[in-house]
Design a protein around this ligand. Structure first.
Ligand code: SAH
Length: 211
C-alpha cells in the first residue's frame, strides 16, 4: 500500500511512510472488507461513515508538519486509523467522535494495539479544551467553517488541517496557521480538492433497546 500507492502520489516524508507500514490498517476495517485494507481506498465502517483513503490520511498528516511529542486533536475518530498513525509517529493524540458506537469500537482497537490515545465521545465542533493547547488539529470530516473553538485551542504557530466546503459535497484542504500577530490572527493556505463525509451536529448515542 505504502510503496505501491501512497509514496508514488508524492508523499516523501519517511516518518509518515514508515509509521504507515507499522499500523495494521486491516484491524480498523470491518471484517467483510478486510481483503481491501491495503488498497488506496476509503472503506465503509458502518453508521454511514468511512475510514479515509490512505493517501488522504498521509497527505493531511504531512500538512500538519508535526514533531514527536506534539499534542494533537483529531475531530472525527471514525475507525481510529488516522489517530493510530499519529500515535505511531509519537504524537500525543486526543480524538473526538460523535457516534458512540464508533468511538467505542476504536477504543478497543487502540487498547489491543497498546496505543495510548485519549478517545472522547462528543461534538468535535467544540474541540476539547481540557487538553488544549494543541500543536495541531486535524478535522477528518468535511466542514462548512473553521470553528472559533479550534483556533482558540491551538498553540501559537500551530496548524489546523481541514477539508473546508468549496461547493456541495466538494471540499478543499485548508491549512490555517495561528499567528496572533498577523491581521486576522492566522494565515490560510489552500491545497487539494477532496471528498469527505460531512461534519454533523451533536452526539449520536446507541439506540435505546427497551424490553
Ligand atoms: N479519521 C477517520 C475517518 C473519519 S470519517 C479514520 O481514520 O477512520 C469522519 C468521522 O467524523 C465519522 O466517524 C463521523 O461520525 C465523525 N464526525 C462527524 N461530525 C462530527 C462531529 N461534530 N464531532 C465528532 N465527530 C464527527
Amino acid at each position: 500500500m505504502v510503496e505501491g500507492h501512497v509514496a508514488p502520489q508524492g508523499i516523501i516524508n519517511l516518518r509518515i511512510l514508515d509509521a504507515m507500514k507499522r499500523v495494521p490498517r486491516h484491524l480498523f476495517v470491518p471484517e467483510q472488507f478486510r481483503e481491501y485494507s491495503y488498497l488506496d481506498l476509503p472503506l465503509s465502517i458502518g453508521e454511514e461513515q468511512t475510514i479515509s483513503q490512505p493517501f488522504m490520511v498521509a497527505r493531511m498528516t504531512e500538512l500538519l508538519s508535526l514533531a514527536k511529542g506534539d499534542k494533537m486533536l483529531e475531530i472525527g475518530t471514525g475507525s481510529g486509523y488516522q489517530a493510530a498513525l499519529l500515535a505511531e509517529m509519537g504524537m500525543l493524540v486526543t480524538t473526538i467522535e460523535r457516534i458512540e458506537e464508533l468511538a467505542e469500537r476504536a477504543r478497543k482497537v487502540f487498547q489491543n494495539l497498546s496505543y495510548d490515545i485519549h478517545g472522547i465521545i462528543g461534538d468535535g465542533r467544540e474541540g476539547y479544551h481540557q487538553n488544549a493547547p494543541y500543536r495541531g488539529i486535524i478535522v477528518t470530516a468535511g466542514t462548512e467553517r473553521i470553528e472559533d473553538s479550534w483556533l482558540s485551542q491551538l498553540a501559537e504557530g500551530g496548524k489546523i488541517v481541514a477539508p473546508l466546503m468549496a461547493e456541495e459535497e466538494v471540499y478543499r484542504l485548508l491549512v490555517r496557521q495561528k499567528e496572533s500577530k498577523s491581521e486576522d490572527g492566522y494565515t490560510d493556505t489552500w491545497y487539494d480538492y477532496c471528498r469527505f463525509v460531512p461534519l454533523l451536529n451533536g452526539v449520536k448515542k446507541r439506540p435505546w433497546i427497551s424490553g
